[in-house]
Design a protein around this ligand. Sequence first.
Ligand code: GLU
Length: 378
Amino acid sequence: MVSLKSIKLDSINNAKRIVLKVGSALIVNPKTGKINASWVQSLVKDILFLLNKDKEILIVSSGAIALGKSELNLQNKSLKLSEKQATAATGQILLAKAWKSIFEEVNIKCGQILVGHSDLETRRNAMNTRATMNTLLKLNVIPIINENDTVATLEIRYGDNDQLAARISQLVEADVLILLSDIDGLYSEDPKNSPEAKFIKEINNITSEIENMAKNTQSDIASGGMITKIKAAKIATTAGCDVIIAHGKNKNSLLKLISGGKHSIFKANMSPYNAKKKWILSKRNKLKFVKIDRGAENALISGKSLLAAGIESSSNSFNRGEIVDILSKTDKLLGCGIIAYDSEEINIIAGKKSTEIKEALGYKGRDEAIHRNDMVIN
Ligand code: GLU
């Protein structure tokens, strides 16, 4: 048992928001194909430690297919896609039930989020997914996320939760992504086959040399090997999120990690906030814009969000989730940001108070047309 008062790992100590990815090889006992309940209990205790240190935690949990396989006695069969989806449907219930009952023991609520590729890769849907996860965190609920394997088609799916977790980290602007798996980090070669393999502790730049080190060290029941972890590290570090790979098989592995245990870390070279700003600026298109009044201009200067009430007019060409320029009455470029409405909707609600949006559109949209956190001001 590790006893710990403070977090020894800077990356985790400085983080506000942490995504924790738990592989199937840990959560499911490979021999029985059942939930490894005592291991999950120990993980939940470790998570509690982080929650008490004021960290926000999101969990990306694998295990649906592995659990479903044993439930349906299909362990030794190679499965067709439809059978895999049936096992995922069966196993996901067991997985959610296990998380729920174990978190309940420590009085913590959790919520299940199943996402498909289009929920994260289509800007409009991604904004909704992000809003739901942010709301769960605000309500002190731990989001437990998995790919919606029951409906994902072969061509359009992540297939591995390493990359899914990286996309989630990017979406919620996490500071750190921890990949807990049956591998303790990155080696120059596969340590199982080569005694010469050197452990790589810190990676500041994912070069082709680093990528070549990622031999496919596939475990028996998980989908991800080192290749998917490197891909995940590329996605997350570009979004300003550090990525840690650590061995998680033993109990209290998370606590061991945060007390300075063995791990590899891929360091992001900017904060999630700056990475997002850079991304917003890279997506600018001057044909997509909103024009705002003086009052809204002053509000933006003083650090507020842009409300529909302050919009005077807009171009006719954008969808919710796209980047639009914010122009003053006199066409001065004030900044740009992610718009929460389609241009047709903006045409209807421009100049209206937030309380009038529901009546104008027939549904209650977001209060902010461009939220402060989604904006870059010149
Ligand atoms: N979504 C899959 C499952 O829950 C796991 C994918 C992975 O292991 O990376 O079984």
